[in-house]
Ligand binder design. Structure first.
Ligand code: ATP
Length: 213
């Protein structure tokens, strides 16, 4: 059965690094599609600069015309705090038998033990961890232990089960971050070729990152 990928993030704004990551993992695992899952107000970082509806609009504009990518707004519709574990449970209910692959960058994996009920992630989905430039595997601690217990880097073995493995992959990635995009905009510099043109139009029209952080 074809699997689905989920790439969660703040997407403040979505950039070509996110989009290439999603497509690379989709192709590596022959996933039916990858859903970009925006978080309304992530607990573990500063409040996003662009509001939820603008970040959603930017995501919709970014995936337009790309059949392998979809935007999934389920966390934005939920009342109260949103947790990834709840979203994974809701995906699992929707796709009871399909492989579900939660995609994270290495930077996110290293901080996984700060996420709510993170120990449940591998019972609900696989994790595909992208070795982002400058990243390194956690060597010791609870995340390293989880990795040792669940690691499997063979796509065929991973896709034969609905959940339970952690794959470290090194797809070609673009060294782009939303932090740098916001800084470039605030400095009045071009962000062309780092962000889809339709997203640039929205950033320019709304002036959402015009001021220094
Ligand atoms: P910020 O700079 O504001 O922290 P970001 O660019 O890291 O933002 P997020 O929305 O926080 O973007 O990232 C969502 C997910 O995408 C995370 O798992 C992150 O590791 C991953 N990611 C972001 N940019 C890249 C990139 N250039 N290559 C690979 N993975 C990325």
């Amino acid at each position: 059965m074809a699997g689905i990928g989920i790439l969660g993030g703040t997407f403040d704004p979505v950039h070509c690094g996110h989009l290439r990551l999603a497509l690379e993992v989709r192709d590596l695992l022959s996933l039916a599609s990858v859903r970009l899952l925006p978080a309304p107000n992530p607990r573990l970082r500063d409040a996003p600069r662009a509001d939820v509806s603008l970040r959603l609009q930017m995501l919709e504009a970014a995936v337009e015309g790309e059949p392998g990518l979809e935007v999934d707004a389920r966390e934005l519709e939920r009342e109260g705090p949103t947790y990834t574990v709840d979203s994974l449970q809701s995906f699992r209910r929707e796709f009871p038998d399909a492989p579900i692959v939660f995609i994270v960058g290495m930077d996110s994996l290293r901080r996984l033990d700060r996420w709510h009920r993170w120990q449940e992630f591998t019972s609900l989905a696989h994790l595909a961890v992208a070795d982002r430039p400058g990243g390194s595997l956690p060597g010791t601690g609870p995340v390293a232990d989880l990795l040792a217990a669940h690691r499997c880097d063979d796509p065929a073995t991973l896709m034969a089960k609905p959940a339970g493995h952690i794959m470290i992959c090194s797809p070609p990635l673009l060294d782009i971050s939303a932090t740098r995009i916001r800084a470039l905009v605030a400095e009045g510099r071009s962000i062309r070729f780092l962000v889809p043109d339709k997203v640039i139009e929205l950033i320019n029209r709304t002036r959402c990152y015009a001021d220094e952080e």
